[in-house]
Design a protein around this ligand. Structure first.
Ligand code: NI
Length: 137
């Protein structure tokens, strides 16, 4: 048991909560609080991982975007040309009528990889960016 439990109130869009509830039901959580605690722990872990600024990493940046948004595809391609020193391969998967998944395999210094992730994350039309690292020294 964790000590010093604090209760918080959170405002969420209805559909976000419905989606969350549906996932935690499938995964067998006994309570919403338990699932939220797990989600927050994961978020903190991921954030701390990403906050490490230096060191050689190998990983993949998964980018989901709506290709109908003007300029987003071109900008993602241009960015990859700017960062070709760390990009080894790119896979493009057309997810459905609207969305694309770009998997950018990277190898290089974390600070450089983070710079690319930050630039992609702020693009209009990009709905999700996730960096998964596989190796580091
Ligand atoms: Ni596509």
């Amino acid at each position: 048991m964790e000590e010093n439990i604090t209760r918080i109130g959170v405002s969420l869009p209805k559909n976000l909560l419905e989606e969350f509830d549906s996932i935690i039901k499938t995964r067998g959580y006994s309570s919403r609080s338990e699932a939220i605690r797990d989600a927050i722990r994961n978020y903190i872990m991921e954030y701390k991982w990403l906050e490490r600024e230096e060191g050689e990493i190998v990983g993949v940046i998964n980018v989901v975007y709506d290709h109908h948004v003007k300029g987003v595809s071109d900008t993602i391609i241009s960015l990859q040309h700017d960062f070709l020193d760390i990009i080894t391969t790119t896979l493009h998967i057309h997810l459905n009528k609207d969305y694309c998944l770009e998997m950018i395999l990277v190898r290089g210094d974390m600070s450089r990889v983070k710079k690319l992730v930050d630039k992609i994350t702020t693009l209009k039309g990009v709905t999700n960016v996730k960096l998964i690292t596989a190796l580091r020294d």
